[in-house]
Write a protein that binds this ligand. Structure first.
Ligand SMILES: Cc1cc2nc3c(=O)[nH]c(=O)nc-3n(C[C@H](O)[C@H](O)[C@H](O)COP(=O)(O)OP(=O)(O)OC[C@H]3O[C@@H](n4cnc5c(N)ncnc54)[C@H](O)[C@@H]3O)c2cc1C
Length: 324
């Protein structure tokens, strides 16, 4: 984030406005936008830019693969955003001048007093030979939709859920995919004809939480899922809740500058990940990266209550971020 002190725009009614341009309307960009709009609506002139026309949660891709939701149901159009001081622009960012805080897009340029980059991470499918030609991926929305089609005709053989490199988004996601695949095949009467293997780059499914990892490994054994851990690569969880937490610290810092007040404490690195276990049950891992000498992870066992909490989490974010 770059910023210039005390250089807000003046409007005829003499309300000083801060021009904020937020690049990327994902977990981080939406959270920051909602925070600023709620805290300083009259002083805010915020442009939120994303190349897509709608938001979806990363975890909704699992629902797409296994036919639990339709694509329409998990997309939230940005045009519905109704937050004071905020305008959304569907544009593709082509270059950023961090010194001048000017952004070029396919439709023009945007100048700012404060420029926030929240563009997430892209995937490099070509980096894994054969993946495009012979494999499937579910980390992109299109990939999840393709996989859903392929699964409908998959009745026997080997299914390998693998991670191609680290760091990768949401460490529980591969384990969730293996568990949900088990349930899907069971429901379709084909589980006995399929060997499911989970090839994982870490020594445990969720390294910061040994308790959650133990439960997951036990769940794999119970369900006949072959777990192949690898101890070479070190862990880095990159989940949406952490992007949201980091965005909050940026938001608090900007609000303190506009309203006056103390600067926030640095980002604590604390957050949670939900883990789908199938049978409509969800577990939760609370991870704390920075407050102690080592990363700590607490595990809450899978339950129907936590499945409800996850649904409420998503509904609450959509309400806050979109203001509808
Ligand atoms: C299968 C799966 C399951 C997951 N499950 C969970 C979970 O249960 N819990 C959890 O907390 N997290 C989960 N995640 C991780 C979560 O989705 C990401 O960590 C989160 O989206 C990161 O947020 P972000 O704001 O940094 O980036 P993103 O959400 O990726 O947002 C970046 C935005 O920038 C836009 N953008 C990028 N380039 C441009 C450009 N040039 N011009 C204009 N716009 C651009 C993109 O369109 C995008 O909307 C999961 C991820 C996957 C793939």
């Amino acid at each position: 984030m770059q910023q210039k002190q005390k250089c807000w725009t003046a409007e005829p009614d003499f309300v000083m406005k801060i021009r904020v341009v937020v690049l990327g309307a994902g977990f981080a960009g939406l959270e920051l936008t909602a925070m600023l709009s709620e805290a300083i609506p009259d002083q805010l002139d915020l442009t939120l830019i994303d190349k897509s026309d709608s938001f979806h949660f990363g975890f909704s891709k699992l629902d797409i693969i296994f036919g639990l939701e339709t694509p329409e149901a998990v997309h939230f159009p940005y045009k519905a955003i109704n937050k004071p001081g905020v305008r959304f622009r569907q544009e593709t960012i082509t270059s950023i001048d961090p010194k001048k805080r000017v952004v070029a897009t396919n439709r023009g340029t945007h100048e700012s007093d404060v420029l926030v980059v929240a563009l997430g991470a892209d995937y490099d499918l070509k980096a894994t030979p054969g993946l495009i030609e012979g494999g499937n991926e579910f980390y992109s929305f299109g990939g999840a939709e393709q996989l859903r089609k392929k699964l409908s005709s998959f009745t026997k053989g080997n299914a390998i859920v693998g991670v191609t490199s680290t760091p990768f988004k949401c460490p529980p996601a591969p384990s969730e995919a293996a568990l949900m695949l088990h349930e899907y095949l069971k429901q379709h009467g084909t589980r006995d004809a399929v060997q499911i293997t989970l090839v994982h780059p870490f020594g445990a499914p969720i390294p910061p939480s040994p308790a959650a990892s133990r439960v997951l490994v036990h769940a794999f054994t119970e369900r006949g899922i072959k777990f192949m851990p690898n101890h070479i690569v070190q862990a880095l969880p990159k989940a949406g809740m952490f992007a949201e937490g980091a965005a909050r610290v940026v938001g608090e810092s900007l609000i303190a500058q506009v309203k006056g007040g103390e600067k926030p404490r640095p980002y604590s690195g604390a957050g949670s990940c939900y883990v789908e276990f199938g049978e409509e049950k969800v577990g939760r891992v609370d991870v704390d990266f920075f407050s102690g000498p080592t990363v700590k992870g607490e595990y809450l066992g899978a339950s129907i209550d936590l499945a409800r909490e996850k649904r409420d989490f998503a509904a609450d974010r959509i309400k806050r971020w979109f203001g509808t």
